[in-house]
Design a protein. Structure first.
Length: 75
């Protein structure tokens, strides 16, 4: 009973399939992000995202200042 299983052919096929999946995922993500960006531009929602990032930065800076103040008190 002969087997037609070839390790080289299996590895080559899986490698090519992986490259195809990676290219497809990249193109799909680029299309999706382009669409989301276009929708935000149409709705004027980009400033909302900017405010959200600024709020996150402010929270991080406040936490850092609080940590620094507490470390000075512990000395």
């Amino acid at each position: 009973m002969g087997s037609n299983f070839s390790v080289k052919k299996t590895l080559a096929a899986n490698f090519i399939a992986g490259i195809g999946w990676g290219v497809g995922a990249t193109i799909g993500l680029a299309f999706f992000l382009s669409l989301v960006t276009w929708i935000f531009a149409q709705l004027g929602g980009i400033p909302v995202i900017g405010r959200w990032f600024v709020e996150g930065i402010n929270v991080t800076n406040n936490a850092r200042e609080l940590k620094d103040a507490n470390s000075r008190l512990d000395r």
